[in-house]
Design a protein around this ligand. Structure first.
Ligand code: MG
Length: 306
């Protein structure tokens, strides 16, 4: 403000001095309004400049304050040390079961599985040469255990001598939650989709008749494929209404094919999907009725996430 007052005083002195000079030398009284106008303009300019100067000072003060705060912050302020993640030993090979996984099939037996049609009966698929092969006559099989949210790994192979086309070529399925016998539940399609056209929401990598895979990374028949899945189960209210839908993320042969896909309900061959209340559910493998030679599975494991 001192600067402003000084400038104002100088302005006044200049303008009055100017009036006196004009009066003495020209005695032209009519020039006074012009001098007054000039004085007003200069005062206005000075006031405007003063406000700009004050705004600049506030800006500088704010910047200095922020800099001071930043300079006192430490890296440790944003470090979090608890809770520590549990130690998990990864599989010895890529795709191998981590130390905290439940191994559902390791090439030896089907002790973790039962018939989906009759849960008191054993799973009667064929185990040989460290792989399990679908027995179509025996029907679907599912896990003895039930799950909610999980990470899942499974490898599968379409036989080299596969026959048929479309949905009749190496069809099977991974039911992420089995909600009853038969094909009740939420199916991630298993199919030969290597140079085999079918409806795209029914090819390998699709949530059957709900999602279109983001890519088709299939290997040819005779080679092993791998599914890696993150399944978030739907949650229901006590009255049976849906609280939150199911989500799934799927990698096929390491390529993302479903990215946090929100399911519309149970997958259905005919009709629209719908949700039906359940809590925990087995994981199911499909014995599809198509006449093509049966497919095989190996290295199946799951990590519970709740
Ligand atoms: Mg299927």
């Amino acid at each position: 403000m001192a600067i402003f007052q000084q400038l104002t005083m100088r302005m006044n002195a200049f303008s009055f001095g100017g009036v006196r000079t004009l009066t003495e030398h020209s005695e032209n009284v009519a020039s006074r309004p012009r001098i007054h106008l000039l004085r007003c303009m200069l005062l206005h300019i000075m006031r405007t400049q003063m406000w700009k100067f004050l705004a600049f000072l506030i800006l500088v003060a704010t910047a200095v304050s922020l800099y001071a705060q930043q300079s006192t912050a430490k890296p440790e302020d944003t470090e979090v040390w608890q809770p520590e993640p549990k130690v998990v030993t990864p599989g010895a090979t890529l795709g191998g079961a981590p130390s905290d996984a439940i191994v559902l099939f390791d090439g030896k037996n089907l002790d973790e599985w039962v018939s989906a049609q009759d849960r008191s009966a054993p799973a009667k698929w064929t185990v040989a040469d460290s792989v399990v092969t679908v027995n179509k006559a025996a029907g679907n099989i599912e896990t003895k255990r039930t799950f909610r949210n999980y990470q899942f790994h499974m490898e599968w192979r379409i036989p080299e001598n596969v026959t048929g086309s479309g949905q009749l070529r190496g069809n099977s399925g991974l039911f992420l939650a089995s909600t009853g016998p038969g094909d009740a539940g939420y199916e991630l399609q298993v199919l030969d989709s290597y140079n085999n056209k079918t409806y795209v929401n029914g090819m390998a990598g699709s949530i059957y008749k709900q999602s279109i895979p983001l890519a088709n990374p299939m290997r040819k028949p005779g080679e092993w494929q791998a599914y890696d899945v993150v399944w978030t189960a739907p949650v229901f209210n006590t009255d049976g209404s849906l609280k939150s839908p199911a989500y799934v993320t799927v990698f096929l042969n390491g390529v993302l094919v479903d990215n946090h896909f929100e399911l519309k309900g149970e997958t259905r061959y005919i009709g629209q999907p719908f949700y039906k209340k359940f809590d925990r559910a087995p994981i199911k493998l499909q014995a599809h009725g198509d006449p093509s030679p049966p497919i095989s599975f190996r290295n199946i494991w799951v990590r519970e996430l709740d």
